[in-house]
Design a protein around this ligand. Structure first.
Ligand code: NDP
Length: 331
């Protein structure tokens, strides 16, 4: 039985030395009302970087020398809880442990026959919901409009772009390699993709790729990429601030273009959100996402890293874009 603890708060880019493995040989016992869980898949997510720092945020920070937790799919190995039986699969926020005891609170049963288990951490889980709800609730997309998505080849971005295509928008993505760009165009139906690592003038590239301007900008990365997008926004544009991975490891306060004049001039809306703001809409959103996945309108890709011991490295690799689609560890 192994656990991954947060050993030190990362300074800049997280390092393997910020994590510690703890091994225990004694087997876990359950009491009345409890279940014993074996971890199958672990979700590693950019937002965990925020929880590794002690700055105040919308979720409390991880404590030093305590287990890290994230979305996990686990199998029930033993149960003394009437709601779960041996063999069931569950998903929920659980510790980075190979085995753990839970009272079942906050866990949802998932059906391994309906979708691969890993999908419940991605397209049919938190990142799929983020894409769907952020785009609909703030972006209010209309057919014929132009949707620009940053972090386009990632878990959230790749779903956002495809929903845009389903709804009849022109979709332009921004991603970090040509291979990712090819995938987005040939497999996921994006109209254009800009490789921000090989493009010198992003402002110009966005203008060229979005000749009618940008009506909806779904921002996963923040920083200078998003500054460049401001120069193309249309009147009444909606800017969905989902994440800002490009500045999560910054040790100094980022500086950039002043956003206010762009918003005023274009009567534009810029709004941040946290997916859990829309919890009451999860069932409806999951129903739609599942339908699109099963009829083939919505495709998804995952980068599955084998081995529980590689969880910290998989997390670190998010910041250099080693993943295509959802980054997941198979324990
Ligand atoms: P991704 O699957 O998109 O993985 C992260 C990707 O970000 C990498 O693959 C990499 O792709 C890109 N990236 C890394 N560093 C940079 C950089 N410096 N500049 C530009 N791109 C970079 O992660 P998720 O889909 O899980 O999350 C995407 C964003 O959404 C994150 O910012 C996350 O915090 C946020 N989020 C917000 C939620 C909410 O409720 N608001 C919920 C879930 C996620 P590339 O090769 O293209 O660089």
């Amino acid at each position: 039985n192994q656990t991954i603890l947060l050993k030190s708060r990362p300074q800049g880019t997280p390092q393997l030395s910020d994590f510690e493995f703890q091994k225990e040989n004694k087997s876990l016992e359950i009491s009345e009302g409890e279940i014993l869980l074996e971890t199958k898949y672990i979700s590693v997510d950019p937002y965990l970087r925020g929880r590794m720092s002690d700055a105040k945020s919308y979720v409390p920070p991880f404590n030093l020398n305590e287990p890290i937790s994230s979305g996990v799919v686990a199998q029930v190995k033993a149960s003394k809880n009437d709601n779960f039986k041996e063999g069931d699969y569950v998903s929920g926020a659980l510790d980075w442990k190979t085995e753990q005891v839970s009272n079942g609170e906050g866990l949802t049963k998932v059906n391994a026959d309906l979708a691969p288990l890993s999908a419940y951490l991605g397209v049919l889980g938190m990142t799929g919901l983020t894409a769907f709800l952020g785009l609909h609730e703030i972006g209010k997309p209309k057919a014929g409009e132009t949707l620009l998505v940053s972090g386009a080849a990632g878990a959230v971005g790749s779903v956002v772009g495809q929903i845009g295509k389903i709804l009849g928008l022109r979709v332009v993505g921004i991603a970090g390699t040509d291979e990712k760009g090819d995938m987005l165009k040939t497999e996921f139906g994006f109209d254009e993709v800009i490789n921000y690592k090989t493009t010198e003038d992003m402002t110009k590239a966005i203008k060229t790729a979005c000749p009618d301007g940008v009506d909806v900008y779904f921002d996963n990365v923040g920083g200078s990429i998003s500054d460049s997008a401001l120069f193309s926004i249309n009147r009444f544009a909606r800017l969905i601030i989902c994440g800002a991975i490009s500045v999560y490891n910054s040790t100094e306060l980022p500086t950039g273009v002043s956003v206010q004049p762009f918003l005023v001039k274009n009567s534009a809306l810029m709004q941040g959100f946290i997916v859990s703001n829309y919890a009451e809409k999860f069932p409806e959103a999951i129903k739609q996402l599942s339908e699109w996945v099963s009829n083939g309108d919505l495709k998804y890709t995952e980068t599955i890293v084998e081995g529980f011991e590689n969880t910290p490295q998989a997390f670190i690799d998010l910041f250099s874009g080693k993943n295509k689609g959802k980054m997941i560890v198979k324990a």
